[in-house]
Each structure stands twice: as C-alpha cells, then as structure tokens.
Design a protein around this ligand. Structure first.
Ligand code: SF4
Ligand code: SF4
Ligand code: SF4
Length: 289
C-alpha cells in the first residue's frame, strides 16, 4: 500500500475508507464555503500553479540545481499537505491516485456520498476549450456545482444514481480515459475523474516533471504470453508508454516501472492476456508509486 493508505486507509486503501467522504469532515472543515470560493473563481485564480510556480518553463527551472529541487520539494509538500484546508486559492492537499475500473466501482457502490453528479471536466475545458462531462463528484462538491452553471453539462444527465454513475464511469474507462480519485482538499474525497493526457492538470506534472501530483495505482499489469497472439492493439491503449513491441517476436513487453496500473490495456485485448496484480506482489515495484 502507498504511504497515503498507511496514514489514512484504516488498514486498507485510503480511497475505500468511507470516513473521507463523510458529512462530518465536510462540516468540520467548512468545505461548503471553501469549495464554493475555489470553484467560483476556478479559471481566474492561480490554483493550477504549484508552490506559486507556473507550469510554463517549469522543465527548465527544475533542471537548475538547488532551485529545481526546491521547487519540486515545495510543490510536493503543498500537494501532499495534511493541514486543514484554509486557502481556496491554492491546491494544498490535492493529491490523487490512479484507480482501475473495479476500485472505481467499489468507491461508487460503497463510499461516495450523495448527491452524485457528473460535471464538465475543467482540465479539458481550460486546455482545449471543450466541455466534456466526465468528472463524477460526490457530497458537498455536488452541492456547490449546483450553483455554478458553467460546470453543468448541457446535454448529458447531470444528477446520477449510483448505478448511473457506475455506468458512466465504465463507459469512459472503456473509451480509454484514465480513472483517478482525488482528495479535494485533504481529508475530503470528492472527485472520481476520467482523465485524458496531456490535458489532465493532475497527471501532467507527474509525467512531464516527475512531481508526485498523482500516485500510480495499487496494481500493475502483467502479461500471459500463452494467451497473447501478438496483435499489439494494447500498445496504443496505454497512455503511459508501458507497453512496447517485443524485439524478438510479434508480441509485446511490459515495462513494469512505467505502468500506472490503470487497467485500460485490458479493455482492448481480444484474448484476456493482460491482467492486473497488486503492486506489492512485484518485489521490484513494492513501495514505488
Ligand atoms: S482531474 Fe481528470 S476528469 Fe478531473 S478535471 Fe482534470 S482531467 Fe478532467
Ligand atoms: S492486445 Fe492482447 S493479444 Fe494483442 S498484443 Fe496486446 S496482450 Fe497480446
Ligand atoms: S500497461 Fe496497462 S495498466 Fe499499465 S499503464 Fe499501460 S494501460 Fe495502464
């Protein structure tokens, strides 16, 4: 299990700890007011900056000795902050993890606080100007979105039952969107996202700059060579370049250290040659998130 599970999972995965979805936490941290302020100003405020540093030119800044290390450490400290949320204009305590379809379904079945909605994805909107409904929200987050019409999809159904939310998430996942779950902010979980790269502002700092803005899933993909018939359809389905053509034959190989455990490759495999195993079962990957 990752360090967030060790601290906040109550013996299991952090995102399956129902306490993090509770009204008690929402009230204690005054999250109705906090989130309304944050989302009312979403496009205008520097919430997407980390440690006050804009992503523009960040790669160059990170390469500068000492300064680069300082920016990275400060950004990670901010995102992983366990302090009670205070400033809605900063992304403190906004940390997430990749989740495969099965765990997302467990979240929606057993943990997500009602009401459940699906709002427009702000990462896609801010980077490409398109509104696509694929961010599933719970509890207080759903309540405040009710007051912010620009987040509400025009065509798709907005308020969802648990069954409908599972159906929508499954549809996105099978389409190739990466499942992610987020503290928003810590210790409240309110976003189950279906992300795209490079648009996702949570995944991008990790892939581009190695900043731990999101953790890999609790799983990693494994290949059954007996079942693989070498079509290589899975290579294009992997958003993390973890699947590569095998040099010796027509099959594929998995670079396990690159695998985020999203499980998307499984959806395209015609022979069920790909599956997920717990990350902890692979000695070289244990503790590597
Ligand atoms: S985290 Fe994912 S689904 Fe949520 S707003 Fe960003 S890209 Fe969209
Ligand atoms: S999609 Fe399945 S059968 Fe095709 S190369 Fe990948 S693992 Fe093998
Ligand atoms: S190999 Fe499969 S599980 Fe791993 S990152 Fe790629 S698509 Fe996701």
């Amino acid at each position: 299990m990752c360090d967030i599970c060790m601290k906040h999972g109550a013996g299991g995965k952090w995102y399956l700890n129902a306490r993090h979805y509770s009204e008690e936490i929402a009230t204690r941290y005054n999250l109705r007011e906090f989130l309304l302020e944050q989302y009312k100003n979403f496009e205008q405020i520097p919430v997407r900056k980390m440690a006050g540093v804009s992503p523009a030119g960040l790669g160059y800044k990170l390469q500068i000795p000492i300064i680069g290390r300082l920016i990275k450490t400060t950004a990670e400290r901010l995102l992983h902050s366990n302090r009670p949320p205070k400033n809605p204009f900063r992304p403190d305590g906004h940390i997430g993890q990749v989740v495969p379809l099965e765990d997302a379904i467990a979240i929606l079945e057993h943990c997500a606080a009602e009401p459940i909605i699906e709002k427009n994805c702000m990462c896609r909107y801010m980077s490409r100007g398109i509104k696509e409904a694929c961010c599933i929200n719970f509890g207080v987050m759903s309540e405040i979105i009710d007051r912010l019409p620009r987040f509400i999809p025009e065509k798709e159904k907005y308020q969802l039952s648990r069954r409908e939310a599972i159906a929508r998430f499954t549809e996105h996942n099978r389409k190739g969107y990466i499942g992610t779950i987020w503290f928003g902010p810590f210790p409240y979980i309110n976003n189950l996202c279906s992300c795209a790269t490079p648009e996702c502002a949570g995944i991008r700092p990790r892939l581009d700059f190695g900043i731990h803005s999101i953790y890999k899933a609790e799983y990693v993909a494994v290949l059954d060579p007996e079942r693989c018939r070498g079509c290589r359809d899975c290579i294009a389905a992997c958003r993390f370049a973890a699947l590569q053509p095998a040099p010796s034959d027509q099959g594929v190989g998995i670079e396990a250290s690159r695998c985020f455990g999203c499980g998307l490759c499984r959806h395209v495999c015609p022979t069920e040659a790909l599956s997920l195993v717990p990350r902890s079962e692979i000695p070289a990957l244990r503790g590597s998130y």
